[in-house]
Write a protein that binds this ligand. Structure first.
Ligand SMILES: Cc1cc2nc3c(=O)[nH]c(=O)nc-3n(C[C@H](O)[C@H](O)[C@H](O)COP(=O)(O)O)c2cc1C
Length: 357
């Protein structure tokens, strides 16, 4: 199981740790250009998961934390990769992922991310440059192609021929880069891109399925049709990290908010605040600010309501919530209002431990 890189939220090591203890063995920091990485050697990308060697998934597996580079031929890939390689243990990085999937409107015209899918040879050049200068595992993240009519076959075949087992895994998002006029309901059911990637790599490179996986059932459908080596979940895990646990062990409840009892709701938040308390001191303290906490809590609130098929209450929508200026007291009140299962006293004890330090 992997938790997908999501910019900017997965920069936050608290989020990555939260996913990991619930079952994501692979977690990633979001994409960064090699030139930006080299300019900012002192920033939040380097906030590592604390004591990651002691962190285990619910089935007792180790966890790996990576960084993702988005580059094109001509970028300072060698320098960036060497830098990561030299400081890997200090900055808590276990693998380097290469992004050939981003559909961003600012990224594509610069010929990076998903745009490179139009030219598999350029992808080979980027990988060749990266792989030369690091001992860390190199993984790849792609979409099925640039257009909906594309398949990952040619690219995956080339990657297998050029690098074979030297590539740690390929995560394949089943959606194309260009989504205009594409019927998304069909993409969500599609498993062909995974099948095509698996055939192309001939068992030499693990294939991880990604794209609109939202439940245990979605995974079951993929599993019935193809034999992927893993699953990557992004958006559906936000505020809902137990999705990983639930997939590992379907009897584990926690996915559907309306199935949660009060004790489970409390333990969900307890888990979060326990992790936050680990990050309060030192540079990672920036991830324990009111702004960051608000961002994390928003996803809990959103998931809680959507899983009950309910609209978010007034004032709790993304923009309103994130633009609101909270004091610890007003935050406690706002949280108590939507999660009355947790007493104000309990909210206070959690929130105050963060803001009175
Ligand atoms: C807001 C947002 C930011 C993202 N940032 C990145 C990123 O930095 N790197 C990347 O490879 N993918 C990024 N993605 C794509 C996700 O990693 C993932 O492939 C995609 O959301 C499909 O998986 P999901 O349906 O499980 O969310 C981003 C997606 C979203 C919604």
């Amino acid at each position: 199981m992997a938790f997908a890189p999501i910019e900017p939220i997965t920069m936050n090591p608290i989020i990555r740790e939260l996913m990991a203890i619930n079952g994501a063995r692979l977690v990633y920091r979001p994409k960064i250009l090699p030139q930006h990485l080299l300019k900012a050697q002192n920033w939040q990308y380097w906030a590592k998961i604390k004591k990651i060697s002691q962190i285990k998934t619910p089935s007792g597996k180790s966890v790996f934390d990576g960084i993702q580079i988005i580059a094109r031929p001509g970028d300072p890939i060698k320098k960036a990769v060497k830098y990561i390689n030299n400081y890997a243990s200090k900055i808590g990085i276990h693998f380097i992922d290469l992004n050939f999937c981003c559909p961003g409107y600012k990224v594509l015209p610069k010929r990076r991310g998903g745009d490179l899918l139009k030219d598999p040879e350029s992808i080979i050049k980027v990988i060749s440059e990266a792989i030369k200068y690091t001992n860390l595992p190199i993984s790849i993240k792609i979409r099925k192609g640039f257009l909906n009519s594309d398949t990952p076959t040619k690219l995956c075949t080339l990657i297998r021929r050029e690098f074979g087992e030297n590539i740690a895994w390929i995560a394949v998002n089943r959606a194309p880069v260009k989504m205009e006029n594409v019927d998304f309901s069909l993409i969500k059911k599609d498993f062909k891109p995974f099948e095509q990637a698996i055939t192309a790599v001939e068992g030499k490179i693990p294939i991880i399925a990604n794209g609109s996986i939202e439940s245990y059932n979605n995974i079951n459908i993929i599993k019935k049709n193809v034999n992927t080596n893993g699953f990557m979940i992004g958006r559906a895990a936000l505020g809902n990290q137990t999705i990983f646990h639930n997939i590992l062990d379907p009897s584990y409840s926690g996915f559907e908010a309306n199935k949660l009892d009060n004790a489970q709701i409390i333990s969900k938040f307890e888990e979060l605040f326990k992790i936050i308390s680990k990050y309060q001191n030192g540079p990672s303290g920036r991830f324990c600010s009111m702004g960051e906490l608000k961002k994390i809590l928003f996803y809990y609130i959103k998931h809680y309501f959507t899983s009950m098929n309910k609209q978010l209450p007034p004032g709790y929508g993304f923009t309103k919530w994130n633009n609101q200026k909270f004091s610890p007291d007003s935050l406690i009140k706002a949280l108590f209002k939507i999660f009355p299962a947790i007493s104000e006293k309990t909210w206070k004890s959690w929130i105050n431990t963060i803001f009175t330090k």
